[in-house]
Design a protein around this ligand. Structure first.
Ligand code: GLN
Length: 231
């Protein structure tokens, strides 16, 4: 980033299609993450340049100095903390199993034996499936680059089950005519954080945390959530 007058411009990586957190509409990106990072930038006097990309490419892009920041429905995990620094948490999520509406055979992780599980590359859902694979007797963990392709695979009957963040799949089911349903308990209790390159971006991270606190205090954060979640 550079430029003294209008504030520094930071490149911000985000997922390609992850409603209600980020999605394209009328040629523009919107969603909870997009509005949050814009509101933080406004409070803290910096500018952003948005770079949507496959989720699996985001942390590599931070490590390669192609991104300053990432906000992508990204869960704060110990593995990721080895590579990036996270802001304070800004949203509670958690993974769930998802099957086609007429599937009555899978109701929990105990029912995954011999099943094909669709996941998105680089996600906590993909890690969960890979870790469970042997113990649960999963037949195949099939990787996709984006969430809509993963949803289609199960809706079409090409895979038995998928793993997705609960708020994302709940929103997709509510707003589209996907014949999918969530089953079982949430598999974990992830929280989303905003990521920056580890150890080198303390000043930026402080601005992000300070802006996040300001928008929580002044009501903008709630306004953003309501904009996407209360319809
Ligand atoms: N929250 C999940 C993760 O961090 C999924 C994020 C996403 O698909 N954009 O891996």
């Amino acid at each position: 980033g550079s430029g003294e007058d209008g504030g520094t411009t930071y490149t911000v990586g985000t997922d390609t299609t992850y409603p209600p957190f980020e999605f394209e509409e009328g040629g523009k990106y919107k969603g909870i993450d997009i509005d949050i990072i814009n509101a933080i930038a406004e409070e803290e006097g910096f500018k952003i340049e948005l770079k949507p990309m496959d989720f699996g490419g985001i942390i590599p892009a931070i490590l390669a100095d192609q991104l300053d920041v990432a906000i992508a429905g990204m869960s704060i995990t110990d593995d990721r903390k080895e590579k990036v620094d996270f802001s304070d948490p800004y949203f509670d999520a958690g993974l769930t199993l998802v099957v086609s509406e007429d599937n009555n055979d899978i109701t929990s992780v105990d029912d995954l034996e011999g099943k094909v599980v669709a996941v998105k590359n680089g996600t906590t859902g993909a890690d969960y499936a890979e870790k469970m694979k042997e113990e649960a007797g999963i037949k195949e963990v099939r990787q996709f680059n984006d969430s809509p392709s993963m949803f289609q695979e199960v809706a079409n009957g090409n895979a038995d089950v998928l793993i997705e963040d609960y708020p994302v799949i709940a929103y997709a089911i509510k707003t589209s005519n996907l014949d999918l349903k969530t089953v079982g308990d949430r598999l974990n209790g992830d929280q989303y954080g905003i990521a920056v390159k580890k150890g080198e971006n303390q000043e930026l991270l402080e601005k992000i945390n300070s802006g996040l606190q300001k928008i929580k205090d002044n009501g903008k954060y709630d306004e953003i959530l309501n904009r996407y979640l209360e319809e």
